[in-house]
Ligand binder design. Structure first.
Ligand code: DGY
Length: 377
């Protein structure tokens, strides 16, 4: 029997690799001769870098960059096994999780650190980039990232503007003469977590500003400032970001990529499936086991278990999904190739207990599922 084990992480509890190893242990407990292929995956959010680095025999390179509020932070880029491809989770350098709630301030927060990661990877020879875009603390339209890569954003007096969404309306000129020339030789594959436009009621400021610390008044101001930025970008590049899908991802960095980089947007899970070689590994498999902390109707919007199941379905292979917790609407998932969804929790227990014991529970569940598959053999 060949089993592909392709879970996401169970957030706050066990990494994708840890989950995959626990599931493998459970399978082998009943069926030591089973062929197991471990492919830890992610959907473009947290864990994407780890998954791709592990699958390609790459490495993580850590460096100090400018954090969202200007303080130094340790962040990493992943260099894949081919040496050319780099994966960056922007939240690592510019993420909301880096700032305690009381200090969050999208007027000041910058994406400069994300630009520094790109620059460091360019220096290391990378020319193909995978960017996991989302989870940011910023609303600066990606201006900080551009500054880190040499773009001069100048006031009408010719001074460089400061960091943050609050500065955008001070920009009078975008001077690209010193913008890193290596960007033109590079390709950027974006895994954006949302498709929101840059401006307006469904734009970056209105939808994601509040979680970054914006008050209702601030949201209006930030939206106007981003609108000024979008006008300038359009005048410079001919690309109107205002209503462009995905331009509002991560405070507008999604738009900066679309305007100034050779960028293509794809579903995060599809990028991960391609780069981890999951499709190739599926040949001859009998079953796929995937999983995530929570599985519910939202899983159908491109989360890991659904993406994995869709890939397996193309090859006629059933997928079994494990979850820490099962929510409403899992029936939605059957059409995409998920055969069944199993909670790993084996009795009444607190969330903390379930999280602490996740590996043991995954192992136990995997053994039970494989036993059931052998019912008639
Ligand atoms: O970073 C953000 O603003 C959200 O995750 C949406 O992209």
């Amino acid at each position: 029997m060949k089993v592909i084990v392709a879970p996401d992480s169970f957030k706050g509890s066990v990494s994708a690799m840890g989950a995959a190893k626990a599931i493998e242990k459970g399978i082998k407990q009943y069926l030591p001769e089973a062929e197991t292929v471990l492919i830890p995956v992610a959907d473009g959010g947290e864990g994407t870098m780890d998954s791709l680095v592990a699958a390609t025999g790459g490495k993580k390179v850590e460096l100090e960059v400018t954090g969202p509020l200007g303080d130094p932070v340790r962040a990493a880029y992943g260099q894949l096994g081919d040496g050319r491809t780099c994966v960056i989770e922007m939240a690592d350098a510019s993420g909301l999780y880096l700032i305690p709630p009381e200090r969050r301030d999208p007027m000041k927060a910058t994406t400069f650190g994300t630009g520094q990661l790109i620059k460091a990877a360019l220096d290391a020879g990378c020319r193909e980039f995978i960017l996991a875009v989302g989870g940011s603390a910023t609303n600066d339209g990606g201006s900080g990232m551009l500054q880190a890569l040499g773009m001069k954003l100048l006031t009408k007096d010719g001074h460089e503007v400061g960091f943050g969404g609050g500065e955008l309306d001070q920009i009078a000129t975008i001077d690209d003469r010193e913008f890193d020339g290596r960007i033109t030789d590079s390709t950027f594959l974006l895994a954006c977590d949302v498709q929101n436009p840059l401006i307006g009621p469904t734009g970056a400021s209105h939808i994601f500003g509040p979680q970054k610390g914006a008050t209702p008044e601030m949201v209006e101001i930030l939206d106007k400032k981003l609108s000024h930025w979008a006008d300038l970008v359009e005048a410079q590049t001919g690309i109107a970001l205002h209503n462009k899908a995905g331009a509002g991802a991560a405070g507008g960095i999604g738009g900066a990529f679309q305007a100034f980089f050779s960028a293509e947007m794809r579903r995060g899970i599809d990028i991960v499936i391609e780069y981890t070689g999951l499709e190739e590994a599926l040949a001859g498999a009998d079953v796929v086991i995937t999983g995530e902390g929570q599985i519910d109707y939202q899983t159908a919007s491109g989360k890991t278990p659904m993406g994995v199941a869709q890939a397996a379905q193309k090859h006629g292979i059933p997928t079994v999904a494990f979850a820490g917790s099962i929510g409403k609407g899992i029936e939605e998932l059957y059409q995409y190739g998920i055969q069944s969804v199993h909670s790993i929790v084996n009795g009444p227990m607190s969330l903390a207990d379930a999280m602490n014991k996740a590996e043991q529970l995954l192992q136990q569940k995997a053994e039970q599922v494989i036993r059931t598959m052998y019912l008639n053999q």
